[in-house]
Design a protein around this ligand. Structure first.
Ligand code: NAD
Length: 484
């Protein structure tokens, strides 16, 4: 399949109230292919007026969707899962085109993204409440779960499909209507998913899609519309903090999936072959552009040479090239700013005494590439260990005792995910408990699963996505005191 065919799946206009519209002010977003640095499409650039029209459409459509029987909502979601699966290849090509990731990563993302629709097709019928007797015995306590109302969903560019379906799925299952504002670097995938949802039978106005480069004003205006009751945001901690302030004005309920700085611990009794394999997934899935990406490696001195040699060899074998080439294992980064940031962090670590086992440079080709990089002897206070690298770089720090490693792992304002390799399950569980993170990969380099609660502690976020908990984020509990 060629990219032109994939592009056919993505409308380029806003989706508001079941209609395709140009932006009210006629402006457009240029969408770039990171592998060629050229424009591949132009998409309507939603204005504040468009954002508010979308809220109006969602508010109009909301009550009927909330009243639709849960089984019927589930069946629409099931059809959405089937349509995404049917169009998996076009969706994967579309993701490669606007994000740059390797096709194999894009295919993995589409499968993962579609699973949220399947999971929430099954959860839609499980929005049960509770009933109990008050401790005094005077009355019953009845708790109903009701849809929270109009939701604003804001998503990042690194998983253009999955970050959208992880919100749309539970919101639809719960009976909410919504406005999705995807990242302006990657609007095509979100528009394609909007079109598939229409085909699946989502009524007009229940899911609205408004890409915009004017994210600040558009999202702010929506959050200040009193009909909006929920913000679900995935993106950087910096923008998340701003949006928490914005949401405070109208006391809008928030779910925040924010930045990560995942430590990857290798204890001295770990199976090093398995640890290297896990590290390759934790570090390199999505080319390192994942909130869950292993950002810093703490390796016990006894196994440091073996692990770092193994990791450098595996990183060195990666085939770097355009994401659309099926043999590619590492595509370009999303934009030139991302390359500059990675380069600055690596240069800073090298100036501070680190040694590159591999990489630390860019390949000589057009596009926004950075070579797979492994850094040894990284200084414990170097900024590369504190910032989200968001690229194919593995900084390694050697440690001597487990407590020291846990303290270093926890010495960050982030707490999304941690990885840990050990041959001793009891030690593993003890360390897992001590790690300040919403999720832990224990002898596993991948934690994401639509059936599990995904989310962070500390400044990595508030709330959970996926699992049963993911739907509760879109439901309000209503307590009725009743006597009979
Ligand atoms: P970002 O914060 O720059 O942007 C995220 C979204 O917010 C985009 O849609 C963007 O257009 C919008 N936005 C930007 N400024 C805004 C503003 N002032 N007001 C309203 N909206 C605004 O993040 P990004 O660069 O797109 O994505 C990378 C970040 O996302 C990383 O920090 C990564 O860790 C995080 N992320 C977190 C998770 C998670 O589940 N915790 C998952 C994926 C990505």
């Amino acid at each position: 399949m060629n990219p032109e065919e994939a592009l056919k799946l993505a409308p380029t206009q806003l989706l508001i109230g079941g209609e395709r519209r140009d932006a009210a002010d006629g402006s457009l977003i240029d969408v770039y292919d990171p592998a060629t640095a050229s424009v591949v499409a132009q998409v309507a650039d939603g204005s504040v007026a468009d954002g508010l029209s979308a809220v109006e459409a969602a508010a109009q459509a909301g009550p009927a969707w909330a009243a639709t029987p849960p089984r019927q909502r589930g069946e629409v979601l099931r059809r959405a899962f089937e349509l995404m699966t049917e169009h998996a290849e076009e969706l994967a090509q579309l993701i490669v085109l606007e994000n740059g990731k390797a096709l194999r990563d894009a295919r993995g993302e589409v499968a993962y993204a579609a699973e949220f629709f399947r999971w929430y097709a099954e959860e839609a019928v499980r929005g049960f409440g509770e009933i109990g007797t008050a401790p005094s015995g005077t009355n019953r306590i009845l708790v109903l779960r009701q849809p929270i109302g109009v939701c604003v969903l804001v998503t990042p560019w690194n998983f253009p499909a999955a970050m959208a379906t992880r919100k749309i799925g539970p919101a639809l299952a719960a009976g909410c209507s919504m406005v999705l504002k995807p990242a302006s670097d990657t609007p095509l995938t979100a528009l394609a998913i909007g079109a598939l949802l229409e085909q699946a039978g989502v009524p007009a106005g229940v899911v609205n899609v408004v890409p915009s480069r004017k994210s600040g004003p558009v999202v702010s205006a929506m959050l200040h519309d009193p009909r909006v009751r929920k913000l679900s945001f995935t993106g950087s901690t910096e923008v998340g903090r701003t949006l928490l302030h914005e949401a405070a004005d109208g006391v809008v309920n928030t779910s925040m999936e924010l930045g990560g700085n995942a430590p990857f611990l290798v204890l001295d009794d770990a199976d090093i072959t398995a640890a290297v394999q896990g590290a390759m997934i934790a570090k390199m899935r999505n080319g390192g552009e994942a909130c869950t990406a292993a950002n810093r490696f703490y390796v016990h001195r006894h196994v440091a040479d073996e692990f770092s040699r193994g990791l450098a060899e595996a990183m060195g074998r990666l085939v770097v090239g355009p994401g659309s080439d099926p043999s590619t294992e590492l595509g370009p980064l999303v934009n030139p700013a991302a390359v500059r940031k990675v380069d600055e962090l690596v240069t800073g670590a090298l100036d501070d005494g680190a040694r590159a086992l591999i990489g630390a440079d860019r390949p000589d080709r057009t596009g926004w590439y950075y070579n797979p990089t492994v850094l040894m002897n990284v200084h414990k206070t170097n900024p590369i260990l504190g910032a989200e690298v968001f690229g194919p770089v593995a900084p390694i720090v050697v440690f001597d005792d487990d407590e020291e490693a846990v303290a270093a792992a926890n010495d960050t304002e982030f707490g999304l995910v941690s990885y840990l390799y050990t041959g001793d399950l009891a030690a593993g569980l003890r360390v897992a408990e001590a790690l300040e993170a919403g999720m832990v990969g224990l002898n596993r380099g991948l934690v994401s699963d639509p059936a599990a609660p995904f989310g962070g502690v500390k400044q990595s976020g508030i709330g959970r996505e996926g699992g049963h908990e993911g739907m509760l984020e879109y439901l309000e509990s209503k307590y009725i005191a009743v006597q009979w």
